[in-house]
Design a protein around this ligand. Structure first.
Ligand SMILES: *Cc1c(COP(=O)(O)O)cnc(C)c1O
Length: 391
C-alpha cells in the first residue's frame, strides 16, 4: 500500500495513463490549430476534436453538434445560466436553482440577481434531494430556466432529474443540470431526462484540468444563448477561442473510458464505500450519514462525527487526503451551504468529513483510512474534547 492515500475524488481525479497517452501526440507533432483549414496540421487537429466531441456526446446520448467545449464545468454553468438569461431578457426574469448547487451555479445566480433577475433558491429535505413538486410550484410565467444538479459534490445525493424534466418540459421552461460529479458514475441520458443544457468537466473523470463542455439541445426545444466570450466564432459562436486540442482529446478519451468501465467500477466503489461506512460506524459512536444513503453516488460518503473538529482531524491525518464539511474559501472557514441546507447546525457541519472514492482505491486502503479516522477521533475525543470552530 502506498502512502499518502488519495480519497478526495470529488475535488479532482488523477489523469488516467491512457488519457495522457492519447493527449501526448497533440502536444508534439499534431500541434495544429483545429481552425486551420488550409493544411494537414489543421485537419488532423480538427479530426481529433470531432472524434472527442462524438465520444462525449455518446456518453450522455446527445448529438455531437450539441457539445460546446468550455474551460470546465464552472464556465459551462456560467454560459448556461447567463447565456439563457441575457437571451431571454424580454420574455422572463426568473431563475430557479436548488440551495445545494455548486458555487458555479449559486454565484452565477447571485450575479444575475444583482443585474435585476429574480432567483428562487429551492430548499431540500434532510435527505438532500429536491422535490419535483417544489419545482412545479416555483415555476411562474416569467421563469426562464430551472437549474438542478444531477449529483451533489459534497453529499453525493442524486436528484430526480427525470421527474424534474417532465415538469419543466410540461411548463415550457428550460432545464439545466450540472453533471460534473455524475458523469462516469451513473448513467446520463439527456433525452430520456428532458435536460436541455448539461455541464460537464474532464478533471472529475480522470481527464485533464481546464476543459469541460456544455451540452446545448439543438431542437425541440432549442435554447438561445448569448455568448460570454466573443472572438473568432468558434463552437458555433457560443464560445470563441482557439480550441485546446490536447485537452479535448483527453476529455474524449476520459469520457469513453469512464462510461465503458462504469458498470464494473461503480458497484466496486459503492462496496468499498459501504465497507468504509461499516468500519467507521462500528468503531465509533455518534456518527451519522449526511443526506440520503439510497440516492447517492457510488463513490461518496459524508459523515457527521459528533463532537469532533473535522479540520483538526484531517490536519492530524497527514497520510490520507480527505475533505471536511467546511468549504474553505480563501482563508476563511465557512460551514458548507450544502450541509446547512440539509439541516446541519454550524457545529455539525464543522464535524463532517467527506470521503470521495476513486478508481485506484483498494480494500486495504479503505481499511487503513477507517482505522486512521477511528484512532484519531478517539484521541481527540479523549484528550481534547474540542468544540469545532464555528464562525
Ligand atoms: C468540480 C465541479 C464544478 C467545477 O468544475 P471545473 O471544471 O473545475 O470548473 C462544477 N460543478 C460541480 C458539481 C463540480 O463538482
Amino acid at each position: 500500500m502506498n502512502l499518502p492515500i488519495y480519497m478526495d475524488h470529488h475535488a479532482t481525479t488523477p489523469v488516467d495513463p491512457r488519457v495522457l497517452a492519447a493527449m501526448l501526440p497533440y502536444f508534439r507533432e499534431r500541434f495544429g490549430n483545429a481552425a486551420s483549414v488550409t493544411h494537414s496540421f489543421g485537419w488532423a487537429a480538427q479530426e481529433a476534436v470531432e472524434k472527442a466531441r462524438a465520444q462525449i456526446a455518446a456518453v450522455i446520448n446527445a448529438d455531437p453538434k450539441e457539445i460546446v467545449f468550455t474551460s470546465g464545468a464552472t464556465e459551462a454553468d456560467n454560459l448556461a445560466l447567463k447565456g439563457l438569461a441575457y437571451a431571454a431578457r424580454d420574455k422572463g426574469n426568473h431563475i430557479i436553482v436548488s440551495a445545494i448547487e455548486h458555487n458555479a451555479v449559486l454565484d452565477t445566480a447571485r450575479h444575475l440577481e444583482q443585474e435585476g433577475f429574480s432567483v428562487t433558491y429551492l430548499s431540500v429535505g434532510a435527505d438532500g434531494i429536491v422535490d419535483p413538486d417544489d419545482v412545479r410550484r416555483a415555476i411562474t410565467d416569467r421563469t426562464i430556466v430551472v437549474s438542478i444538479m444531477t449529483a451533489n459534490n459534497e453529499i453525493g445525493t442524486i436528484q430526480p432529474i427525470r421527474a424534474i424534466g417532465q415538469v419543466t418540459r410540461e411548463r415550457g421552461v428550460f432545464l439545466h443540470s450540472d453533471a460534473a460529479q455524475a458523469l462516469g458514475r451513473i448513467p446520463i441520458d439527456v433525452n430520456a431526462d428532458s435536460v436541455d443544457l448539461l455541464s460537464l468537466s474532464a478533471h472529475k473523470i480522470y481527464g485533464p484540468k481546464g476543459i469541460g463542455a456544455l451540452f446545448v439541445r439543438r431542437s425541440r426545444p432549442r435554447p438561445k444563448l448569448v455568448p460570454l466570450i466573443d472572438g473568432g466564432r468558434h463552437e458555433g459562436g457560443l464560445r470563441s477561442g482557439t480550441l485546446p486540442v490536447p485537452l479535448i482529446v483527453g476529455f474524449g478519451e476520459a469520457a469513453r473510458i469512464a462510461c465503458s468501465e462504469m458498470t464494473e467500477e461503480s458497484p466496486r466503489q459503492s462496496q468499498l464505500r459501504d465497507r468504509l461506512m461499516q468500519s467507521i460506524t462500528t468503531g465509533l459512536d455518534n456518527v451519522r450519514v449526511n443526506g440520503s444513503l439510497q440516492s447517492r453516488l457510488p463513490n461518496n460518503l459524508n459523515l457527521c462525527i459528533d463532537g469532533i473538529d473535522a479540520e483538526a482531524i484531517l490536519t492530524a491525518i497527514t497520510d490520507v487526503a480527505l475533505s471536511s464539511g467546511a468549504a474553505c474559501s480563501s482563508a476563511e472557514i465557512k460551514p458548507s451551504h450544502v450541509l446547512k441546507a440539509i439541516g446541519c447546525t454550524d457545529q455539525q457541519a464543522a464535524s463532517s468529513i467527506r470521503f470521495g472514492l476513486g478508481r485506484r482505491n483498494t480494500t486495504e486502503e479503505v481499511d487503513y483510512v477507517a482505522q486512521r479516522i477511528i484512532e484519531t477521533v478517539n484521541t481527540q475525543r479523549r484528550l481534547a474534547p474540542v468544540r469545532p470552530r464555528t464562525p
